[in-house]
Design a protein around this ligand. Structure first.
Ligand SMILES: Cc1cc2nc3c(=O)[nH]c(=O)nc-3n(C[C@H](O)[C@H](O)[C@H](O)COP(=O)(O)OP(=O)(O)OC[C@H]3O[C@@H](n4cnc5c(N)ncnc54)[C@H](O)[C@@H]3O)c2cc1C
Length: 313
């Protein structure tokens, strides 16, 4: 994780339309193009192919159709329809039935009720087919509304859904983790990918990590099939050690990592007998997701520059 200034820099670039257009034109053009390291492709077929390859390595998957912050209801409807056809394609393909989505992709910024309707439509198709649907967590401006929507749906009987909590936010440890755990919800614990203000979030990596480690321990012993979503070997060691010390079997929780990140660690954990789920993002709107990944690790910027030079050579 970079410091706050660098995170801000990458978030600003992520919002730049010209760069977005340029990157979208070149980033996926060829099988070797730079964005393919982190994005499975732009089409459902490419995503399913990537999922098959991950499953062939013995790992679990979740598919994420990229898109966020839509600005009108037509776009939200289009995203909802795209998710419905993704569900059909996954069923037809025979790969694992597990998807992740974002509420702003379904129209949360435009109209909350419409976003909830859209989510219900997706769950209406997904749940009878045995899918698990994870609602990703976005910036802290959306934490309350995301948790409220999750809780409402949960109390209305939708139990094949899961939530995400971020250790960077002050509120998570005291309020959100106990609240979601009390519901019986499946929680994915992450550090948090968004640039957050000082009054909402730890600014130092050390503090984000310490909170992550404490919450990992809570979730391993008191959670409901927790997902420890990190590439940080020290956090992974905390989870393994805590589970061993408290007699929690390896199939009572899972590790999750992003497509293209620390494949060595993914393979090592799997060999050691743990469940590893790979988050596979795909779709045409990959630029903001891609920029967040660059913002997490400076070495990735050089990787992109090299990729562009090779591609244009
Ligand atoms: C399955 C999954 C789902 C996620 N869902 C959400 C979500 O819903 N909401 C949200 O806010 N965040 C989400 N995230 C992102 C998360 O919040 C972090 O931003 C991201 O995982 C980086 O933090 P880290 O825990 O890997 O630790 P860090 O301390 O950032 O990194 C630890 C080590 O991991 C490796 N690493 C980390 N990131 C990269 C990278 N991009 N490229 C190469 N190596 C890297 C490096 O070796 C680094 O030293 C998700 C992450 C995962 C794995």
């Amino acid at each position: 994780m970079l410091d706050a200034a660098a995170k801000t820099f990458f978030h600003l670039i992520a919002q730049n339309r010209t760069l977005n257009k340029l990157a979208s034109r070149y980033g996926m053009r060829k099988p070797t193009s730079f964005a393919r390291r982190f994005i499975a492709g732009e089409t459902v077929a490419e995503a399913i192919e990537a999922a098959r390859a991950v499953q062939a390595r013995g790992m679990l998957i979740t598919l994420d159709l990229l898109g966020e912050s839509v600005t009108n209801l037509d776009e939200a409807d289009a995203a909802t329809r795209a998710y419905l056809s993704l569900i059909d394609a996954i069923v037809a393909s025979g790969i694992e039935r597990n998807i992740s989505l974002k509420l702003t992709q379904l129209g949360l910024d435009v109209d909350k009720a419409s976003a909830v309707d859209n989510l219900r439509k997706i769950l209406g198709r997904a749940e009878p087919e045995g899918f698990f649907v994870r609602i990703d967590m976005e910036s802290s401006a959306y934490t309350d509304v995301t948790l409220d929507i999750f809780e409402t749906l949960w109390t209305h009987g939708y139990h094949q859904i899961g939530i995400v909590l971020q250790s960077a936010l002050y509120r998570t440890e005291e309020r959100d983790l106990p609240r979601m755990n009390a519901l019986g919800a499946r929680i994915r614990l992450v550090k948090g990918a968004y640039k957050e203000p000082r009054n909402a979030a730890h600014q130092k990596k050390l503090d984000v990590d310490a909170a992550y480690a404490r919450m990992t321990k809570k979730l391993i012993t008191d959670g409901h099939y927790a997902a420890i979503a990190t590439h940080d070997p020290r956090m992974i060691d905390v989870a393994r050690q805590w589970a061993r010390d408290h007699g929690v079997a390896a199939d009572r929780f899972e590790f999750q990592m992003l497509y293209g990140v620390r494949r060595d660690l993914q393979a090592m954990l799997m060999k050691a007998g743990y469940r590893v789920r790979v988050y596979i993002p795909f779709g045409r709107q990959w630029f903001p997701y891609f920029m967040r990944r660059l913002g997490e690790r400076p070495a990735n910027v050089m990787f992109v520059v090299r990729g562009i030079l090779v591609d244009s050579g």
